[in-house]
Design a protein around this ligand. Structure first.
Ligand SMILES: O=C(CO)[C@@H](O)[C@H](O)COP(=O)(O)O
Ligand SMILES: [Co+2]
Length: 226
């Protein structure tokens, strides 16, 4: 098993699981609880069967934290939205290869806008695209559920895919982050990190129990992965 990632993973709570009527407060609570990045799931009702957060909401949330906004764009076509999310305060913008015909150009565009560029792999999307674009990515996101909803069960075969992505990054000498998203809980966080991940997205797990439990939940993920 490859194990070159840092042992203390970045914890990236997905605000999809937050109380949308109190989003600003929720983000402040996550920062106080020790979150590293804020994961923002943008769903367009077309690429995935759900509709969530537009750039105006990201802009409204930006003053509530200094943590990086890690924006997961489940949008197709995505190109025309990049400038708006960047202007709204996105620090990382991650796109799926299926989000447009020219993902190489899209990744370059994200970097031109001054953001970090992420490439996202659905459970059935092969990693061959990463081999062709590895020099353009600052983050690789392995989906461990099919995107569109929070609260789904972790697909166990994702662990082998994390290992294979780690091997591609290491072989290329890439320092890109390797992130996992979907069904991440304390019981599988250690396996994700052992497989090579250095950033964990977690929605349901972080938000369960309400704001008083966020710090313990984040700490449980870190401890499980240590
Ligand atoms: O991108 C997605 C879903 O499409 C994720 O970021 C989920 O929102 C994570 O939620 P949990 O599976 O941790 O509840
Ligand atoms: Co996500």
């Amino acid at each position: 098993m490859t194990q070159t990632a840092a042992t203390a993973p970045l914890i990236c709570p997905s605000i999809l699981a937050s109380d949308f009527s109190r989003l600003g407060e929720e983000i402040r609570a996550l920062e106080a609880a020790g979150a590293d990045w804020i994961h923002v799931d943008v769903m367009d009702g077309h690429f995935v069967p759900n509709l969530t957060i537009g750039p105006d909401v990201v802009k409204a949330l930006r003053p509530h934290t200094s943590l990086p906004f890690d924006v997961h764009l489940m949008v197709a076509p995505v190109d025309n939205w990049l400038e708006a999310y960047r202007a709204a305060g996105a620090d990382i913008m991650s796109v799926h290869p299926e989000s447009g015909p020219h993902v190489h150009r899209t990744l370059g565009h994200i970097r031109q806008l001054g953001a970090k560029a992420g490439l996202v792999f659905n459970p059935a999307t092969p990693l061959s695209v990463l081999e062709e674009a590895v020099e353009l990515v600052d983050l690789v996101l392995i989906m461990s559920v099919n995107p569109g909803f929070g609260g789904q069960k972790f697909i166990e075969t994702s662990l082998r895919k994390i290992e294979r992505a780690r091997a591609i990054l290491d072989r290329a000498g890439s320092r890109a982050h390797l992130q996992v998203d979907g069904g991440v809980v304390a019981a599988n966080a250690g396996a994700c990190v052992a497989a090579g991940a250095d950033a964990l997205v977690a929605g349901s797990f972080v938000f369960k129990g309400g704001p008083d439990a966020y710090a313990a939940n984040i700490q449980a993920l870190k401890a499980a992965a240590a």
